[in-house]
Design a protein around this ligand. Structure first.
Ligand code: UT7
Length: 326
């Protein structure tokens, strides 16, 4: 049995923050941001919105596409590094907002690779026969965890959410073909938020030094990302006995256009076969892959029968991929 994606959904907050506005906030330029990252604008939540609100909005659209009621859900998994609370889980909040009273709910934290990890876990619950309707969500409010005075990070991130509903597939040809998860905790400190956990609780010093915000050694992360994504893409092809020509669409994590172009080149895929949202969304961490996937599905670019390769790389370090037959 395979797990198939029966519906997708996504949500973006209304407020658009452009590169031009950032030019007035920090010592940066539209030219620098565009040429180094491909980002032109990103979305920012309103004062009353939290991660679960974004997640629930994307979830409702995925349920609607699949014609499934929230009460039918067996499990809700939310991938996020920007939860509503330290605890309880954001998934529990989503369950409450949806009225999905039957569902179990928990969060997964694998930074920008979170959605790939969550999809892989959701798939196992379906193929193991335990559950029939599993909602997998990637949702982030990164704007509340960046240092708006640090030009090396604040220009990169955005808020948003994406969701996918997993169900058992009647058709053996359709569904998740394989998932590939990797992690290397030795490089934990090149992309992280130092304060706010048990190692460094938030105190006056942490707040003064903004240690509860994202810190990234961008250049180091960039190099590892290009290498590891190239390796994992090879792994997907090899394990499934496929060639580059067998991939119809690449839905990459949207951190940097240059990283995306490197992976597309490795796959010998023309850029028309690569879903790009980084220009409009920035890096939305765990939300970026399901956001891009939903956009490609709703616009009719991804069609039944297509082989779609999802991949992501992020803090942990973590990286991974999933191959899905649509
Ligand atoms: O999503 C999780 C995974 N994350 C990623 O994959 C991100 C990976 N990293 C990247 O995308 C890139 O490394 C960045 C976009 C973050 C940075 O690009 P880069 O080409 O690696 O630049 P850099 O960090 O080597 O910095 C080059 C210069 C520096 O100035 P100096 O030291 O050469 O004088 C920075 O201070 O660019 C400067 N700089 C900026 N200038 C204007 C850094 N940020 C900015 C900025 N505006 N926003």
């Amino acid at each position: 049995m395979k797990a198939a994606i029966a519906g997708t959904g996504s949500y973006l907050p209304e407020r658009i923050l452009t590169n031009m506005e950032l030019e007035r906030m920090v010592d940066t330029s539209d030219e620098w941001i565009t040429s180094r990252t491909g980002i032109k604008e990103r979305r920012i939540v309103g004062p009353d919105e939290a991660t679960s609100d974004l997640a629930a909005a994307a979830a409702r659209k995925a349920l609607e596409m699949a014609s499934v009621d929230a009460e039918e859900l067996d499990l809700i998994i939310v991938a996020t590094i920007t939860p509503d609370f330290m605890f309880p889980s954001t998934a529990g909040q989503v369950q409450r907002l949806l009225g999905a009273h039957r569902a179990a709910a928990f969060d997964i934290e694998a930074a920008c690779t979170g959605f790939i990890y969550a999809l892989s876990v959701g798939e196992l619950f379906i193929t193991g026969g335990k559950y029939n309707k599993v909602l997998v969500i990637g949702a982030e409010v990164l704007s509340r965890f960046v240092n708006w005075e640090d030009k090396t990070t604040c220009v990169l991130f955005g808020d948003g959410s994406g969701a996918a509903l997993l169900v058992p597939s009647e058709d053996e040809e359709r569904g998740i073909i394989s998932t590939h998860l990797h992690s290397d905790g030795r490089m934990w400190d090149i992309l992280m938020a130092p304060a706010g956990g048990s190692r460094m609780p938030i105190d006056e010093r942490a707040i003064a030094q903004k240690l509860n915000t994202v810190k990234m050694k961008g250049n180091e992360v960039f190099k590892v990302a290009v290498t590891k994504l190239s390796e994992v893409v090879d792994e997907v092809l090899q394990e499934n006995g496929l060639g580059e020509e067998d991939i119809d669409f690449l839905v990459p994590h949207q951190a940097n256009l240059r990283i995306i172009q490197a992976t597309a080149k490795k796959l010998k895929l023309p850029m028309e076969k690569v879903i790009i949202t980084v220009d409009r969304h920035g890096n939305t961490s765990a939300a970026s892959v399901p956001l891009a996937l939903d956009e490609a599905v709703r616009s009719g670019r991804i069609k039944q029968g297509d082989r779609v390769l999802l991949e992501a790389f992020g803090g942990g370090l973590t990286w991974g991929a999933a191959l899905v037959r649509w």
